[in-house]
Design a protein around this ligand. Structure first.
Ligand code: PEP
Length: 248
C-alpha cells in the first residue's frame, strides 16, 4: 500500500511559512515520489494560496476540519466544498483537539467525513484513546467505538465505501505533542485491531510525536500505512526526513 505522510500544521503559520513548502518541494526535487503520497494541511488562511502556487508539485494539500453542510448560516465555518474549491485533496476530521475543544461527537465526525466524500475529498478520520482510557484497559473499546461511529457507511454518491475513499489516523491522545509514543508492539496491536474493522486496502496512519528519529521504525510496523505528523511537519527539514523514512 502506498504510504501517506500528512502534515497537520494546526493553528500555526503565517504567509512567510510558504518558504517551508518551497524548501520541502526543493528537497523532493519538485516531483511527487511514486511510492509515497505527501500532503500538508495548513491553516485555512494559507490553503488556497498554497494550493494555487504549488499545484502540480510534489505535495498535495488538505484542510484541518470541515462543516457537515455545503453552505449556510454557520459563521466562521468552512465546508468541504469550499476546501475542495480551494484546492484541497484531503481533510482531517475528528482530530482529538477538535473532539476535546469543540465537543465533536462520533456522529458529528461521521457527518464531516460524509461531507468530505460528497465534496470529492479524502477524509483523514482520527481516532485514539486518552492516557486514562489506556491505563484503565479501555483503549481498544474506545477506538472501536470511535471507528464504528465516525466512519461513513457509504461512499461518495451513496455507493459503497471503497478502501481508497478514506484514511484512518490512529492518534493516541497522550502521544500528541508530548514526545511520548506507544511501544511498537502497542502500535502494531492497535493497527491490527483497526485493520480488522476497516477495509483491507484502507490506509491506517499512525500519529503522535512522530519525529525524524522514530519515523523509520514506526513506519515499518505492520499495518502502519503512513503518518499524521504535527509539530515535526512545521519545518521542511524534519518533515522531509519523515517523508524519506517512508521510502519503500
Ligand atoms: C497531530 O496533532 O496530529 C500530531 C500527531 O501532533 P504531534 O506530531 O505534534 O504529536
Amino acid at each position: 500500500m502506498k504510504p501517506l505522510i500528512a502534515g497537520n500544521w494546526k493553528m500555526n503559520g503565517l504567509a512567510d511559512a510558504a518558504s517551508e513548502i518551497e524548501a520541502l518541494i526543493a528537497k523532493m526535487d519538485g516531483s511527487a515520489p511514486a511510492d509515497r503520497d505527501v500532503a500538508v494541511c495548513p491553516p485555512a488562511t494559507l490553503l488556497a494560496g498554497f494550493a494555487a502556487r504549488y499545484s502540480d508539485e510534489a505535495i498535495q494539500f488538505g484542510g484541518q476540519d470541515c462543516h457537515a453542510e455545503a453552505s449556510g448560516a454557520h459563521t466562521g465555518d468552512i465546508s468541504a466544498e469550499m476546501l475542495a474549491d480551494a484546492g484541497a485533496a484531503f481533510v482531517i476530521v475528528g482530530h482529538s483537539e477538535r473532539r476535546a475543544d469543540h465537543g465533536e461527537t462520533d456522529a458529528a465526525v461521521r457527518a464531516k467525513a460524509e461531507a468530505a466524500l460528497r465534496a470529492g475529498l479524502t477524509p483523514i478520520i482520527c481516532v485514539g484513546e486518552t492516557q486514562e482510557e489506556r491505563s484503565t484497559g479501555r483503549a481498544f473499546d474506545v477506538v472501536r467505538t470511535q471507528l464504528a461511529g465516525s466512519v461513513p457507511t457509504s461512499g461518495p454518491r451513496s455507493g459503497p465505501l471503497a478502501d481508497d475513499d478514506y484514511v484512518i489516523a490512529y492518534e493516541p491522545v497522550w502521544a500528541i505533542g508530548t514526545g511520548l509514543t506507544p511501544t511498537l508492539e502497542d502500535i502494531a496491536e492497535m493497527h491490527e485491531d483497526i485493520r480488522e474493522r476497516t477495509g483491507a486496502g484502507a490506509r491506517i496512519l499512525y500519529g503522535g510525536s512522530v519525529k525524524p528519529a522514530n519515523a523509520a521504525e514506526i513506519l515499518r510496523v505492520r499495518n502502519v500505512n503512513g503518518a499524521l505528523v504535527g509539530g515535526a511537519s512545521l519545518k521542511a527539514n524534519d518533515f522531509y526526513a519523515i517523508v524519506a523514512a517512508a521510502a519503500g
